[in-house]
Each structure stands twice: as structure tokens, then as C-alpha cells.
Design a protein around this ligand. Structure first.
Ligand code: KG4
Ligand code: ZN
Length: 327
């Protein structure tokens, strides 16, 4: 079964062709990132205007790369939530028009769940149930995944998302946008033991809080002479605390739910310190931990098409009344 995926929840426009939920025949992503950099974050109006301009081209390139004809698509899938309303609307309008003109079924997908599904495009040996952790720019949540039609949230951030905290700390340090990779680069040369920083506690142990640590970085800088060494140390200390919070809570979720498989997804999953530290801690705890391959950590449409295949097989269907939901 050939599934087309369309992803347009934030600043990326993606189109992908995936066969039988596993084989990625094409995965094309156009990003408007460089147009947002000078504002220090995504400007929704710029994102949706760029998506409007690029969605048809991205789709055509995916068809060409996959070497198929549009009529060979068996299912049109797209991200319906959560995301920026204007951005989601572009993907939905395009996908609906395509499904109508090709006379193919349509299926809307939850972006957060598709981040977890990215693991199934990179690994063959995952067996559900599992615990899922989605760490992106907009979300930080833990899930109990019985299967992809039965996902239960068991923890989430009470304030900022983890990726958002990376972005904000990078802004405070004058490092630029997006903050995750820039903090990671700074942190490589920093001393992670130099400054005491910690993520705030939460009343439910499976919840997260990242806004306090971001403010702590801001206050730490007040009245100090800021040089590269200080920025590197702060980046290293912040990254270490954020990563430790993610690891501690994910392993706790596995213990509480008596689950031995952990699936990570979302942009922060690209962080190398997070990947290596969690792999070590999970191994020690007897838990198998999976990360998507690097190119599938960020927003992409292959993960949308892959998840759509699984849900369609289980009977999920949408019609042309399908609409976007911003959260
Ligand atoms: O999943 P994603 O591409 O988009 C959303 O759904 O939000 O995640 C983007 C987020 C940004 O906040 C970005 O700073 C963060 O992922 N990110 C990272 C790294 N690469 C991207 N955070 C930490 N370390 C990284 N290497
Ligand atoms: Zn995302």
C-alpha cells in the first residue's frame, strides 16, 4: 500500500511516500527556518505563506523521487493537529484537494504520535506496548502506547516544552535560533559541573517543568561579564540538567508501567548528549531504548505516512469535512 504523507504543522513543509508503513520511498522537506532566524523564533504568518508557496513543489518532488504516478497513491494522509493554525490549514487544503481529485481516501494524523512512529521507520525490532517520550519545540510528554490506536498520556510539561527551553536559553546566551543544535555545540566545550542548575520539581513525578531553569540561566547572567567560556559552561550545565530530567522521568514511567521499551521522538531526540546518556542509563535499567535516525527526529512527512498506514489498516477513516485542530 502506497501512502502519501503531508506535514505542515510548524515551519516545515513535508511530503513523503511510504510503502506499507515501513519503506520510505521519498521524504522531501522544505524549511522556512532561515526566514525566522532574525526574529528568534517561528513567525506564524511567514511560515504559512512560505508553505503555501512550497507545498505543491514538495509534493511533486516526492512523487518524482519515489518514481510513482499520482494514481498509484492509495491513501492521502496529513497532519491535522497540533500546530500553527495557518500552517496546518495549508497542508489540509492541499491534501483534501488531492484526495478529491485522485478519488483516494483521506486520513488526518496527530503530529505528536507521528514523532513516536518515526522509530518504526528506522528500527525493525520494536514490539508494543512501550513508553513514548515526545520532546519537541512545542511538546514534552510521556505516553503509554498499547498500540497506535490506544495511546494514553501519562505525563507532560507544566510550562515550557524542552525544545522551547533550549531555544530560549540560546536566545538568552545570544546564540541564535533554533537553539537546540547551538546549545549542543556550545555545551561540547563547556564544564557541565561548573554551575548548579536544576529543573524544578512537579507534583506529579511524571510531569516536567523547564521554565524555572531557563529563568535561572537569565538570573545567573545578571551583573556578570559574559564571555564565550561562561556561555559554554551555562550551555553545558543547562543541557545536562534538561537531559537528566528527561531520562529520570522516562525511566520512572517505564518502571511504574512495568514496560521495558522506550521510544523517543521529536527534535530534542537529535541531541547527542541525550542519546548517549539515555542509552547508557536505559541499558543499566534493563530497558530497550529507541531513537529515530537523525533525519527523522525533526518534522517530516514520512512519519505521518507511516502512522497513517497503521491506523488505516485498523479502520481509521476521515472525509472531506476533516479540519485542523491547533491543539
Ligand atoms: O520536532 P521538531 O522538529 O518541531 C516541533 O514539533 O516542535 O522540534 C524542534 C525543536 C526545537 O525547539 C529545537 O531547538 C529542538 O527541537 N532541537 C534540539 C536539537 N535539535 C533540535 N534540541 C536539543 N538538541 C538538539 N540537537
Ligand atoms: Zn514536531
Amino acid at each position: 500500500m502506497i501512502v502519501l504523507g503531508i506535514e505542515s504543522s510548524c515551519d516545515e513543509t513535508g511530503a513523503a511516500i511510504v510503502k506499507n508503513g515501513r519503506e520510505v520511498l521519498a521524504n522531501v522537506v522544505a524549511s522556512s527556518l532561515k526566514f525566522h532566524s532574525k526574529y528568534g523564533g517561528v513567525v506564524p504568518e511567514i511560515a504559512s505563506r512560505m508553505q503555501l508557496e512550497s507545498v505543491a513543489g514538495v509534493y511533486s518532488e516526492a512523487i518524482k523521487t519515489a518514481g510513482i504516478k499520482p494514481e498509484q497513491i492509495d491513501l492521502v494522509s496529513l497532519t491535522v493537529k497540533p500546530g500553527l493554525p495557518g500552517s496546518l490549514l495549508v497542508g489540509i487544503s492541499f491534501a483534501k484537494a488531492l484526495a478529491l481529485s485522485l478519488d483516494k481516501p483521506l486520513l488526518g494524523i496527530n503530529h505528536i504520535y507521528s514523532h513516536i512512529y518515526a522509530n518504526f521507520l528506522c528500527h525493525r525490532n520494536i514490539k508494543l506496548p512501550g513508553i513514548g517520550l515526545v520532546v519537541s519545540g512545542g511538546h514534552t510528554s510521556l505516553f503509554y502506547i498499547k498500540d497506535f490506536s490506544a495511546i494514553r498520556e501519562i505525563g507532560s510539561t507544566r510550562d515550557d516544552a524542552c525544545g522551547e527551553a533550549f531555544d530560549k536559553v540560546a536566545k538568552i546566551l545570544g546564540a541564535g535560533y533554533p537553539g537546540g543544535p547551538l546549545i549542543e555545540r556550545l555545551a561540547k566545550r563547556g564544564n557541565k559541573e561548573k554551575i548548579r542548575l536544576a529543573c524544578c520539581g512537579t507534583s506529579d513525578e511524571l510531569d516536567f517543568s523547564f521554565s524555572g531553569i531557563k529563568t535561572a540561566v537569565l538570573y545567573y547572567l545578571k551583573g556578570r561579564k559574559v564571555n564565550l567560556e561562561l556561555k559554554q559552561d551555562l550551555a553545558a550545565c543547562f543541557q545536562e540538567s534538561a537531559v537528566d530530567a528527561l531520562i529520570k522521568k522516562s525511566l520512572l514511567a517505564c518502571r511504574r508501567e512495568k514496560i521495558k521499551q522506550l521510544l523517543i521522538g521529536g527534535g530534542v531526540a537529535a541531541n547527542n548528549r541525550f542519546r548517549s546518556k539515555l542509552e547508557t542509563s536505559a541499558r543499566e535499567a534493563g530497558i530497550r531504548c529507541f531513537f529515530p535516525c537523525m533525519e527523522l527526529c525533526m518534522d517530516n512527512a514520512a512519519m505521518v505516512a507511516g502512522l497513517a498506514y497503521q491506523l488505516y489498516k485498523k479502520g481509521a477513516r476521515d472525509d472531506l469535512y476533516l479540519n485542523m485542530q491547533s491543539n
